[in-house]
Design a protein around this ligand. Structure first.
Ligand code: ATP
Ligand code: MG
Length: 306
């Protein structure tokens, strides 16, 4: 099972939209998918039509050891797609977790029964780098970072990368950033293009070729409790996420090439370009130092072992 957390401590960048729609598209492509909502806002759960005020058991109860995985996981309207929902009670968990032994790995143990039952597990994180996100990072092998192609896209990135690096060094040695998703792309603006170029300069070949364009149908679909593939599968939002899901599947690597995994390095945390780096014109000398990605293999790939 590939396990992936979608993280960015910046709010409203497309984490939930990407988790929901990559998940639904993967399921449509025949993959068995589990979504885990670890955001107390529970937007992902609402996106799948779950009434978060009525559900009795959520990821909160799983983390608090009050309910096992099988009592919490739910089927969705999408065939092959299950979800562990969240609810507002989870906001208290961050404080309760502080006093618990092994607090960084509680989620990992709680979702262990999912191993072997799914091809993909996608975890939607809250917009913070607190204990819930930390739990998501210790549970998975891969990270996707959705970025909004707007002025402040890379602000705070060095902090995020440092956090990932620390988790990788101390708790979860297998953790890798394997995908950067450019979200809410508006092709009509030169700013979006400039930011997209800067993102590619910064992350190199980790950036998915598929760009998620701005699409009002993507913004509407959560209020109908449906992913875009059900709400309007003809719209560009559906096309973009389907293309992205195919790229995600293309990352899967035949079992006979395991060596490449260790070569896929997490970008060295270094100063991210500041928002002002996108201002035009910028004197060449004032450009921030960007990590070179030349040591990375031609294509980031990951293993698909259980
Ligand atoms: P949070 O940090 O609050 O969890 P998030 O990173 O999960 O936010 P989303 O909830 O996915 O971000 O997106 C923020 C808002 O932008 C939502 O209203 C969503 O419907 C909308 N949105 C996301 N992607 C697109 C898109 N490609 N086109 C138009 N609207 C979008
Ligand atoms: Mg969200």
């Amino acid at each position: 099972m590939r396990s992936i957390s979608l993280i960015n401590q910046k709010g409203g960048v497309g984490k939930t939209t990407s988790t929901a729609n990559i998940g639904a598209s993967l399921a449509l492509l025949g993959k068995r998918v589990l979504l885990v909502d670890v955001d107390p806002q529970a937007n992902l759960s609402v996106h799948f039509g779950i009434n978060i005020h009525e559900i009795e058991k959520s990821v909160y109860h799983m983390i608090m050891n009050e309910a096992p995985f099988d009592e919490v996981v739910q089927k969705t309207e999408v065939g092959g797609l299950d979800i562990v929902p969240s609810q507002i009670a989870l906001s208290g968990a961050e404080i309760q977790l502080v006093g618990m032994v092994g607090r960084e790995t509680i989620l990992r143990d709680a979702v262990a029964p999912a191993n072997g039952r799914y091809d993909y597990m996608l975890i939607d994180c809250p917009p913070s780098l607190g204990l819930l996100t930390l739990n998501a990072l210790t549970t998975v092998k891969e990270i996707f970072i959705p970025l909004q192609t707007e002025f402040f896209a890379l602000e705070g990135m060095s902090h995020l990368l440092k956090t990932v690096d620390l988790v990788k060094k101390r708790i979860n040695h297998e953790l890798q950033i394997t995908g950067i998703i450019a979200c809410m792309y508006d092709a009509r603006t030169s700013l979006a293009k400039a930011v997209h170029e800067k993102i590619k300069e910064y992350f190199g070949n980790k950036v998915f070729r598929t760009v998620i364009r701005r699409n009002i149908r993507l913004a509407e679909s959560p209020s109908h409790g449906q992913p875009i593939t059900l709400y309007d599968r003809e719209t560009i939002g559906a096309t973009d996420y389907m293309a992205l899901a195919k790229e995600v599947i293309a990352q899967e690597m035949p079992a006979h090439e395991p060596a490449a995994v260790s070569q896929v390095a997490t970008p060295t945390p270094s100063p991210a370009p500041t928002a002002t780096a996108f201002a035009q014109p910028a004197p060449k000398a004032a450009q921030p130092t960007l990590p070179t990605m030349t040591t990375a293999p031609p294509k980031d790939r990951v293993s698909n072992t259980n």
